[in-house]
Design a protein around this ligand. Sequence first.
Ligand code: UFG
Length: 341
Amino acid sequence: MKQILVTGGTGYIGSHTAVELQRAGYEVIIVDNLSNSSVDVLDGIEKISGIRPVFEQFDLVEKDKVDAFFAKYPNIQAIIHFAASKAVGESVEKPLLYYRNNLVSLINLLECQLKYGVANIVFSSSCTVYGQPDHLPVTEDTPRKDAESPYGNTKRVNEDILHDTIAANPQLKGIALRYFNPVGAHPSALIGELPLGIPANLVPFITQTAAGLRSELKIFGDDYDTVDGSAVRDYINVVDLAKAHVVAVSRLLGNKNKAGYEIFNLGTGNGVSVLEAVHAFEKATGVKLNYKIVGRRAGDIEKIWADTTLANQELGWKAEKGLEETLLSAWEWEKRVRGIN
Ligand code: UFG
């Protein structure tokens, strides 16, 4: 069985990807420092797939530990690198923490890839690298813009680190996947998104409001140039997103990549406004949400959605799940976590 290292594998997207890799016949080895996730996620993965992933708890910023890990597991074929700090607001307060965590961990992995002969890496990037694009939908050729936050800048710089390292080392191959807005949970409700504290992202805030943990959802802005004035995003189901990682790994392992370094947008291709998402949640779940329109959130862009042609054609991958089904899965997960029937 081919071994895949999933860094950040107890996190939100990492855990869903671990399950899909196992279903596709890969052996998953998870490395996570548990700074923003729980070891219990391994139970959820095991309940779904019947297989408990190998788990090593350490911080990828610690070079000696990364090196010892690769010495211990000499058969790893590919890495999917999710592990990163990801709170936009926190990154503005603590830029050095973000640059250290997100840049040093990738550098350590790449250095060990060269040392131990691990050829393949898939990197978690973000549509945040596009900023507010001049044209929509956004293709992979759209020029990147200056990041709005240190977090966003780490995604951009990490893409550059990957690009330059692969250019200088043809034995390495990499794929950067630019996620739009990942939402929802596994249909089993055994794994999902579990933010610590007050959620910054829309869907966890919606489900926590519906569950009674938050008194009301604030909708940030209704004066954008969009269908109803609220901001527009491309919300992609996390299981669909996870499946794209399996395709990306198989592409690298099968030498089907067309260049040493490739980039793909992962979205649905549909723009959805915040108000549309709220109403889709209410329709899918039958739960009325208490919401209020407030002013714009600093740093937010007005609208973005993906042109998915490249991923559809080259990866043979397409987002399949609809928004209501996806929001229902997020609600089922929230209910399970909170013990609501
Ligand atoms: N929103 C609300 N109320 C909330 C939370 C969010 O109205 O309580 C709105 C936001 O203003 C935005 C939309 O819902 O219009 C989506 O917001 P999220 O925070 O869920 O997602 P973002 O589009 O802001 O985040 C994306 C990526 C991040 C990345 C960020 C960069 O998911 O990884 O872009 O700006 F960091």
